[in-house]
Design a protein. Structure first.
Length: 466
């Protein structure tokens, strides 16, 4: 525990939804829900306006639609969110060499290690400066918590939401934590919280008064002792600059269970291609290929194969995933497929390329078209604007709600919805006023998939839509 609040926790406010609102002027101040829009989709992020209706992350999308039928429902744009995250993480890196990212929108920073803070005043100044820089650079708001430990800094950032800063002075931890629910402590989920409630413990002060022995009796040695220390406000975990990636994986949940064995094999190959793309982007290779299959009855099977050495060759990964699939019974149908690579390294075993070539000749495979996959959000699709997928007619293009498009006459816009052979587009940009809506045939030659525009600066103007 530190004697100065020099550990900072940043949590961007409703990140995915806020990014969409910033990019789409017509959605600002309105309820926005981002996630998978299929029958099995779930909410990735809900704007604060949507949360007033009870919508929250990880909620089934069907339930969200019942609670907030008039909200805007958008498919995630993960590449867009990653680009914003990179801007934010660069700002954090200017504060300190010790930055510990937890996700795209959340990180710890050791201000003391960066020499920018050594007491409450300088820590607060650094936190306020960071919030201003994020708004100026990325066009979004983030909440900042400052404390003498990671646990308390995270609690402080939650208290600061939205768009605020809370500093917890060292020495006031127990007073602050005492009246709060036990659920505020890391590792206390619904099941543990209910177990403690039945034992008469609902607040953090209840845990402190119960004593370590009683918590160990209720929860076991490791969990009980850890929880008692946290109830005292004690947390000595350091900020870790880099977390070694242990695996890279992608998965896709299907709206309708897959039964056709050829289609299942095709989907596995596509997932393998996408997985290798992420593997190469991270600068790694791996030697263990993992296949995940969730069947119609929700039973989940995982199969793996370890190669002679690490590889980042798509043919090797595809063939290994295909071999693993051969050993899985998919008779009743498949609702989810995933492909991953673990045992990561920063080099490639060269002789595996020969194995890939040999496997490809045996399979007689052609090029594999990449299909979109959710990245870390169950049931959240990220379809490309064009390409209807296996078995669909080649003449009709798919347009995902919320994704960027460009028209030869009207310029940049985004998809509001599509159906019955038509697509509705709103033409506006981050710096413009709310734009006009127009409808086109889905195969209109003047309409094409577009690239996200920066939220701050770089606007191109939308005068053509007036």
């Amino acid at each position: 525990m530190r004697t100065a609040p020099t550990i900072l926790h940043l949590d961007m406010d409703a990140f995915f939804a806020a990014a969409e609102q910033a990019a789409k002027p017509s959605l600002r101040g309105k309820p926005v829900v981002v996630g998978g829009l299929g029958p099995r989709g779930v909410v990735a992020t809900a704007s604060y306006e949507a949360r007033r209706f009870g919508v929250h992350s990880a909620m089934p999308m069907a339930q969200a639609r019942r609670l907030a039928p008039n909200a805007a429902y958008l498919v995630p744009r993960f590449s867009f969110y990653r680009s914003i995250s990179e801007q934010v993480m660069e700002l954090l890196g200017r504060l300190s060499p010790l930055v510990e990212p937890l996700s795209l929108d959340e990180a710890f920073v050791d201000l003391e290690a960066g020499g920018v803070a050594d007491d409450s005043r300088t820590a607060r100044e650094a936190g306020e400066r960071l919030r201003r820089d994020i708004l100026a650079t990325a066009g979004l708001t983030g909440s900042v918590g400052l404390a003498g430990s990671k646990m308390l800094a995270k609690i402080a950032s939650e208290e600061a939401k939205p768009d605020g800063l809370v500093l917890i002075e060292p020495g006031t931890e127990r007073e602050l934590l005492g009246p709060k629910s036990v659920r505020i402590l890391p590792g206390v989920g619904p099941a543990t919280g209910e177990h403690l409630r039945r034992a008469g413990m609902t607040t953090v002060s209840d845990l402190a008064e119960a004593g370590e022995d009683e918590l160990v009796r209720l929860l076991g040695r490791a969990h009980g002792a850890s929880l008692y220390r946290m109830a005292q406000g004690y947390d000595d975990r350091p900020v870790v600059a880099e977390r070694d990636a242990k695996s890279v994986s992608v998965e896709d949940t299907f709206d309708v269970d897959l039964h056709d064995r050829v289609r299942i094999r095709t989907e596995v190959e596509r997932l393998a291609e996408r997985c290798v793309g992420r593997l190469r982007a991270s600068g790694h290779s791996g030697r263990t290929i993992v296949l995940k299959v969730r069947r119609f009855d929700f039973s989940t099977l995982t199969r793996s194969e370890t190669l002679r050495g690490p590889t980042d060759d798509p043919l090797v990964v595809r063939e290994a995933a295909g071999r693993l699939l051969e050993g899985v019974d998919t008779t009743g149908g498949v609702r989810l497929l995933g492909v991953g690579v673990s045992g990561l390294a920063d080099y490639t075993q060269e002789d595996l390329f020969a194995q890939a070539a040999e496997g490809a000749r045996g399979a007689g495979g052609g090029a594999v078209e990449e299909v979109p996959v959710a990245e870390g959000v169950p049931g959240a699709e990220e379809p490309a604007a064009a390409g209807a997928g296996a078995g669909a007619g080649a003449a009709e293009r798919r347009w995902a709600p919320g994704h960027d498009v460009r028209h030869a006459v009207y310029g940049a816009g985004w998809v509001q919805g599509s159906g019955v052979g038509r697509v509705t587009v709103r033409f506006e940009e981050p710096g413009s006023s709310p734009g006009r809506v127009r409808t086109f045939l889905v195969d209109d030659p003047e309409l094409e998939a577009g690239e996200p525009l920066p939220l701050v600066g770089g606007g191109e103007g939308t005068a053509a839509v007036a």
